[in-house]
Write a protein that binds this ligand. Structure first.
Ligand code: ATP
Ligand code: MG
Length: 363
């Protein structure tokens, strides 16, 4: 069986550190490992429209931002197919058939969707498209016969929903679709990176993000303003590590060699944490350390982005070519799905011959 990756992001803003540690960095590593036969990276504009129907311009404008962020991080269009969801009509048709395999109560139980409905104050007026987006996501994944889906933890319920649809489809219509595996970050802190405000998740919709394209100055300001331990007022006070965003980010980004480079008086992160908990270590010092680490990681991304920004037409051409490639793959799967469901009337010679026979003998 081919090893195939599908993953993507909603073009609702530029990509941020949460995307980077939750999925993007891993994608680049997987791409460069050469272990995969195909890698599809989808800009999920149609999904973004499910909760931005009244603001299509936002989605439209952010497609290029997401594409620039991808390529700045090292997604190589020569090795990965980057495409735009809405350009692949086949995905809508798949969704239409999958909708019949899922109950309303099953959708209502999806914890990520529940949470997002709350976040958006949708309680009384959930758009149907938004409510059913986990089903459309199952179409995206299965259309490309993805075996591996590298995403953040919030996507776990979507993968479970996808696998249920695959099993149901295969049991009714015969073995056709492939069950994908979720690939979560190994690092606990990267599963769901909190926002700079300490809120559970860094998210474009919450405005608590450090963007990959932020200037060095913006990154500095955001790090210096980060949520720490509100009880840690004087340097001499003992501080808490749990729920302290600066330490969560260090868990996510700090490498052993960073101490030698930027904070040689400590041997490792455990020593730094112990000092903070004991008291006598100020927030500013820890924040400066985090800032150095982040700047080192972000500077090359920023530089590559600046270069890529000089040829926007070229990026659109890459996206257009990616859509062509993706459409072919999705059309192949859709053909198989239609055949399995026996709705391929005109290519089913047997059906036509059988009906013709029936009518001939009737006469
Ligand atoms: P929106 O607010 O529009 O939903 P978002 O910031 O949640 O945007 P998505 O496009 O929904 O971003 O998510 C894209 C990918 O990034 C998914 O794989 C998701 O799991 C991952 N991701 C997003 N935010 C985080 C985070 N804070 N920590 C880890 N992974 C994340
Ligand atoms: Mg999201």
């Amino acid at each position: 069986m081919n090893k195939i990756i599908l993953t993507g992001d909603r073009p609702t803003g530029r990509l941020h550190l949460g995307h980077y540690v939750g999925s993007l960095k891993r994608r680049v590593e997987l791409q460069n490992s050469g272990e995969f036969d195909k890698i599809y990276i989808m800009i999920a504009d149609a999904q973004a429209l499910t909760d931005n129907a009244d603001n299509p311009e936002k989605v439209r404008q952010n497609i290029i931002e997401v594409a620039l962020d991808y390529m700045a991080c090292g997604i190589d269009p020569g090795r990965s197919t980057i495409f735009i969801q809405s350009q692949i009509a086949e995905l809508c048709e798949l969704t239409f058939y999958y909708l019949n395999l899922v109950t309303v109560s099953r959708l209502q139980r999806n914890p990520t969707v529940k949470n997002e409905i709350q976040m958006r104050n949708f309680e009384a007026s959930i758009p149907v498209g938004f409510f059913t987006y986990p089903i459309s996501q199952a179409s995206d994944i299965t259309a490309f016969k993805a075996t591996v889906v590298p995403v953040g933890e919030d996507q776990k319920p979507m993968l479970e929903q996808t696998n249920e649809i695959v099993r149901k489809f295969n049991s009714i219509y015969g073995q056709t679709l492939i069950e994908p595996q979720i690939l979560l970050p190994d690092n606990q802190a990267c599963l769901r990176l909190p926002g700079t405000d300490g809120k559970a998740k860094m998210s474009k919709s919450l405005g608590n993000c450090i963007y990959l394209s932020d200037s060095a100055d913006q990154v500095r300001k955001k790090v210096m303003g980060m949520y720490t331990d509100p009880g840690h007022i004087k340097v001499s006070d003992p501080g808490k590590i749990e729920g302290n965003t600066v330490f969560t980010y260090l868990d996510a980004f700090c490498k052993p060699e960073d101490f030698r480079k930027y904070l040689p008086e400590y041997a490792n992160l455990d020593e730094l944490k112990a000092h903070y908990q004991r008291g006598g270590l100020g927030d500013v010092k820890v924040k400066r350390f985090l800032e150095s680490i982040l700047q080192e990681e972000l500077e090359p991304i920023r530089m590559r982005r600046k270069e890529l920004e000089q040829d926007i037409e070229g990026i659109y051409r890459i996206l257009e070519q990616g859509c062509e490639v993706a459409r072919k793959a999705a059309a192949q799967t859709l053909g198989e799905v239609r055949a399995a469901m026996k709705i391929n009337y005109f290519s089913d010679r047997e059906l036509i011959a059988e009906q013709a026979r029936r009518y001939r003998t009737d006469k």
